[in-house]
Design a protein around this ligand. Structure first.
Ligand SMILES: C[S@@+](CC[C@H](N)C(=O)[O-])C[C@H]1O[C@@H](n2cnc3c(N)ncnc32)[C@H](O)[C@@H]1O
Length: 279
């Protein structure tokens, strides 16, 4: 019997699939990533009844392949995330930015925080738990925690708020696990009180964004720009600027910055982290 791996991936099929992924998600796949494409698309091919990735590519060349194309894009996204990832941005949010915003917004009593490219939700749930733990004065505020991602599969997972033991071992203090989660079989589920603080929506960064994502106070856009070309990063940062309040703030991932991409944000370094303010 021929195995999928043994069939390899032709340069033509690689180019075709890389273009499809680029057009639908802006994720750039260099030829050197052909191993990644193969290892991630082998299961997609199998699950959809194809013997080879070549056959999968052929099916995608025919019309009406939306679901299959979504599955391919989903498989090519990297969903790596963790609770309180890199910790310092969350510390700055807790110690400096939220107290400042609470003072500034004390009349309207409304705050909007957007976790963009939220993956399985650990980032936004980290913020939600922080708010419950440290900002009881926000209980009667209109706090809007919005979380968006391109992948419907990952959003469905995020919305359920179910995590395995390895996931809760990464970055989540035991005291928060005990307080805000309950057992769900061998997994852990975040309690409804925290879960209901968050609204999850499907948003592709390179397509239209919902109008309701406007006047945002804090944008988390972490560890996703790395997958895009400089031009795409520029376009996305320009759109973020339109959606963020003049005195709001933006967090990027540890290896991301705005250099040569935009002059509409200034870099602010606090302790061991950096955030960006509109100028
Ligand atoms: C590495 S995760 C980052 C998760 C989280 N922000 C963090 O820093 O831990 C990257 C996420 O970006 C999402 N993504 C990739 N391309 C996207 C696009 N064009 N629009 C929206 N989300 C996208 C992926 O689905 C994935 O969940």
């Amino acid at each position: 019997m021929t195995t999928l791996a043994a069939n390899g991936l032709s340069p033509t099929d690689f180019d075709f699939l890389a273009k499809l992924v680029l057009e639908r998600s802006a994720i750039v796949l260099e030829q050197s990533k052909s191993y990644l494409l193969e290892s991630r698309l082998n299961p997609v091919a199998r699950e959809n009844g194809f013997d080879t990735i070549g056959e999968l590519a052929d099916a995608l060349r025919k019309p009406n392949h939306r679901q299959l194309a979504d599955a391919v894009v989903d498989a090519m996204t990297t969903n790596e995330t963790s609770f309180y990832r890199d910790i310092h941005p969350f510390e700055v949010l807790k110690k400096q930015l939220l107290p400042e915003l609470i003072e500034k917004r004390s009349k309207e009593k409304r705050l909007t925080i957007w976790s963009n490219a939220c993956s399985s939700g650990q980032e936004v749930y980290s913020i939600a738990m922080m708010i419950r733990e440290h900002f009881p004065q926000l209980l009667d505020w209109d706090v809007r925690l919005r979380a968006t991602d391109l992948s419907n599969d990952i959003l469905e997972r995020a919305q359920k708020g179910i995590f395995n033991q390895t996931e809760v071992n990464r970055g989540l203090p035991m005291q928060l696990l005990m307080k805000y989660f309950h057992r769900e079989g061998v997994h852990w589920q975040i309690n409804d009180d925290i879960r209901s603080m968050v609204r999850f929506d499907s948003v592709n960064l390179i397509e239209n964004w919902p109008l309701t994502l406007a006047n945002v106070d804090v944008v988390f856009l972490r560890n996703v720009l790395i997958y895009f070309t400089p031009d795409t990063k520029r376009q996305i940062l320009a759109k973020v600027r339109q959606r963020i309040k003049d005195d709001g703030c933006l967090f990027l991932g540890g290896s991301e910055n705005t250099m040569n991409l935009t002059n509409e944000f200034e870099r602010v370094q606090v302790d061991r982290t950096v955030y960006y303010r509109p100028v």
